[in-house]
Design a protein around this ligand. Structure first.
Ligand SMILES: C[S@@+](CC[C@H](N)C(=O)[O-])C[C@H]1O[C@@H](n2cnc3c(N)ncnc32)[C@H](O)[C@@H]1O
Length: 217
């Protein structure tokens, strides 16, 4: 049976999704109220601070989809923008374990979240497959040259396009890019969608908050 459905991963994910719903139901309305009072756009760091306790993770359905994609693609290197508390990372790492090949580099701006994600990934028994880069992904990903086979974009939405452009030289033909939350923030992501539709083989998948699945040509 797959690592995703076996212990310790299955019970851990069930607990994290349950805790995440409870916490986010409380935190997100507070952040929305704060955003309204700020008036203009909030900077990345302030947003990360306000959402420091929030899970804001992919749904179980998107998690399962990520597991499936990693099993099908068998990527050597997966890069994730936005670890949060590690839920999407655990789904992909479970697939890497079952593939028997590959590794994940995941990036998180909030030190507190990165620490908690590391604990969750450790509890899942997947820490040997995952490297968490702490700090701004633009910096923490700037020095590598290894080709990226699968890129998951799930950090702040206005950064998808600039980060994709920074990492593009490392995306070989056949690389997959997945952007999350397309239905949730269509205006902010409009330029990202326009770019991948013009330069990749790309389509939207109506799973949960909406994914854009793009294939590098
Ligand atoms: C939607 S959450 C990620 C959810 C996670 N992928 C999951 O499914 O569990 C977005 C995360 O991106 C992080 N983030 C935002 N800007 C970032 C940056 N420039 N570098 C690294 N992480 C960033 C935030 O702190 C936040 O935890």
């Amino acid at each position: 049976m797959s690592t995703l459905l076996n212990e310790p991963v299955a019970a851990l994910l069930e607990k994290l999704f349950t805790d995440g719903k409870r916490v986010d139901d409380e935190v997100i309305p507070r952040v929305r109220a704060r955003a309204k009072s700020v008036g203009g756009p909030m900077n990345d760091r302030l947003m990360a601070d306000l959402l420091d306790d929030a899970y804001i993770s992919v749904s179980p359905e998107v998690g399962l989809f990520l597991y499936q994609v990693v099993r099908m693609k068998r990527p050597g290197l997966i890069v994730e923008f936005g670890t949060s508390l590690g839920l999407s990372t655990i789904h992909m790492a479970a697939a890497v374990r079952d593939n028997g090949v590959g590794r994940i580099v995941t990036t998180e701006l909030s030190e507190k979240k990165a620490q908690r994600a590391a604990e969750h990934i450790q509890a899942a028994g997947l820490a040997d497959l995952v490297e968490i880069r702490r700090g701004d992904a633009f910096q923490t990903l700037s020095r590598d040259t290894t080709p990226i086979d699968l890129l998951l974009l799930d950090g702040w939405k206005e950064l998808y396009l600039p980060l994709l452009k920074q990492l593009e030289p490392r995306l070989p033909p056949g690389a997959i890019v997945i952007g999350d939350d397309l239905k949730l923030m269509p205006e902010i992501l409009a330029s990202y969608v326009e770019y991948v539709r013009a330069n990749y083989l790309s389509l939207d998948l109506p799973i949960d908050d909406g994914l854009e699945l793009s294939l590098r040509q």
